[in-house]
Structures are given as C-alpha cells and as structure tokens.
Design a protein around this ligand. Structure first.
Ligand code: SF4
Ligand code: SF4
Length: 329
C-alpha cells in the first residue's frame, strides 16, 4: 500500500524521493526475487518481483515493470508503508535507465552456525534445502550490460563456504572487474577464494562474532566455534590490501540481556585489535529492535558510543548496520 507523504512532494523538475534498491536493485532470496534487501522476514516482501523462482524462469522485464510502478508512486510522493521510515530514502534526480548496480545474493540458507536470532535457523520449515543456481544469470546480465561493473554486490546467506557455486561466482566477479563485493560469513570454515579479493581491495569480509568470549559466543551461536572463528579472522586479516588495511570486520550484533555489557564489548574490540582488523561493525538484534525501537535504553547508546571511540582511537573504521543506523536517523 502506497501512502501520500506531503513532506515528500517535490517541485524540482526531475527530482523525487526513492532509494538505490528501488531504482537499481535486485535481490536473490530463497524461491523468490525482490528489489529490496531490508526485509529479512521473507514474508515481508513488499518489493516482490517473482515468487516460486527456480533459477530457470528468470525474466528481467518483471523487475523493470515493478520498478516503474514504484517510480510512478514516488513521483507523486506516495511511498510504500514498509518504506516510510527507511533511512535509505533520499531526494535525487534518479537515473531512470534500466540497469542493476545493487545486488544482494541470499538465496540459500545452509549454515554451520545456529545463531539464536537467525530467521532461517528459527523457521527452517519455510525454506527448502534446495537452492537455485545464479552464476549463469549473472553472466547473462553482464553480457547484456544490465549488471554494471561498478555494482555493489552483497552476499547474505546462509554460509558462503557451504554454497556450491560460491568459488565460481567470486572468481567470475573478480575476473570481470567487479570491485565492491561484501561477503557475510560465520567464519567457521576458511574460504580460500576470498584471499585474492581481500588483497585486491575488491572484497570486504564481515564475520559474525557477536561476542568477545567463547562462553557468550556459544550461548548465541549454539556451536562451540569461537576459537576457530578467531583463528580464521586472524588468517584472513593477513591478506592486507595496497593501503595496508585488512578489509575484514568482526561483526557484533547487540543482543540486550545476552551480550550488552561494556566488558564483553571491550574483549571483542581487543581481539579485533590483536587480529589487525581495520573495521568494526555493530548492529542490534532485529526481533528485539522491532519490539523496543520506541524505547531504546541508554545502555545501548552507551555501548555504541564506547565501541565507536575505542575503534577510532585504535585506527579502525567504525560502521553501523541498518538497525543501529536507524537509532541515529
Ligand atoms: S525499505 Fe528502504 S531500502 Fe527497501 S525499498 Fe523501501 S526505501 Fe528502499
Ligand atoms: S551465521 Fe547467518 S545464516 Fe548462519 S545461523 Fe547465523 S545468522 Fe543464520
């Protein structure tokens, strides 16, 4: 449902409110294609392009048609209810040609971790174990000039180490000049093919740690792999880019009541410094956030501030993922 927002009515010719995913995004999810990746609840696919997608029935015109519908509404300042408070909305003279430059690849759910907050892990009945293939689709999109070489490409998942095509996809992307690839991994299994992209400064690897100790890690992940993950992070971080930076982040999702102590955060930051990482990434657990977003305790803000100052004083870039970002929006 699209709702008129009078604050977004634009009189400037050619300008309207939209986001990069509506304009030029494509998302591969289990059994479906969408335009937006900020709907981790797969039922909440307000930008659905195609349901019952199996990899063989790809039809790019469906994407372009859906995109045009959103554009027509947005030009009249009518915004979908699920987009109303999204920080990605911005006023621009959008390039309305039909191409893709934001790609989210998250069509499989197999994983070697069992994170307590993982939607796929908590609702396995909603996902079949079979996933479709995407390498040939990517090749076609490249050949036709639809997938731009300057695209931002994100891997969600599932665990990439368990995706059968992963090595071939990464090799294809690196061989074909893609330079902005972000991979999310549990870090439990080391993935050799990422080393080249880290050294060439084309891949940023984000490993889900959510803790600074084995005990808390086990409580959240339900697997006893903290030490292995920390060893793998150190090994990845040896692959410095030409700026002598390790494009590796150990991500910490704040889960109030479980890991929201300064003590745990300090251990996490210290381990990151020891590993030689150049980035810190914070997020907040989605279910908790949705229930508490109008009443966030000061403690959460304190943790964010502490993480930020400790990261910056140690020369690390500090990044907030979308839910934490919304707290400051
Ligand atoms: S939720 Fe945000 S990112 Fe997704 S389509 Fe809406 S405005 Fe764009
Ligand atoms: S690492 Fe990601 S995919 Fe795996 S269980 Fe955790 S949240 Fe789910």
């Amino acid at each position: 449902m699209f709702i008129l927002n009078p604050n977004l009515i634009q009189k400037k010719e050619g300008f309207y409110y939209s986001c990069e995913w509506i304009e030029h995004g494509l998302v591969f999810y289990p059994s479906k294609l969408t335009m937006c990746c900020f709907c981790s609840d797969v039922k909440n696919s307000h930008t659905l392009i195609q349901d019952n997608f199996n990899g063989d029935n790809f039809d790019i015109e469906r994407l372009f048609t859906n995109r045009d519908i959103f554009r027509r509404f947005h030009k009249k300042a009518k915004i979908h209810v699920n987009c109303l408070n999204c920080p990605s909305l911005k006023l621009e003279a959008w390039d309305e040609r039909n191409y893709i430059d934001s790609l989210y690849i998250s069509h499989w759910t197999e994983c070697n971790s069992k994170c307590s907050y993982c939607y796929a892990n908590c609702h396995p009945e909603e996902f079949s174990n079979k996933h479709y293939k995407i390498l040939n689709i990517l090749k076609q999109l490249c050949t036709k000039g639809i997938l731009r070489r300057n695209s931002k490409i994100l891997f969600g998942g599932g665990e990439p180490a368990l995706l059968d095509e992963f090595n071939d996809i990464i090799t294809f992307l690196l061989d074909n000049g893609f330079q902005d690839i972000r991979v999310h991994s549990s870090g439990i299994k080391y993935i050799d093919c990422l080393e080249r992209g880290l050294k060439e400064n084309k891949i940023h690897l984000v490993i889900s740690v959510d803790s600074g100790s084995r005990e808390i890690y086990k409580k959240i992940k339900n697997v006893d792999c903290y030490n292995i993950v920390r060893e793998n992070i150190k090994k990845y971080a040896l692959n410095k880019n030409q700026n002598n930076e390790a494009n590796v982040s150990a991500k910490y999702i704040i889960i109030p009541g479980i890991n929201d102590s300064i003590d745990e955060i300090e251990k996490w930051i210290s381990e990151n410094i020891n590993a030689g990482l150049s980035y810190s990434v914070l997020d907040i657990e989605e279910n908790w956030y949705n229930e508490n977003k109008n009443n966030i305790p000061q403690k959460v803000y304190d943790i964010i501030e502490y993480s930020k100052s400790r990261s910056l004083e140690n020369g690390m870039h500090f990044e907030l993922y979308e839910r934490v970002k919304k707290l400051f929006y």
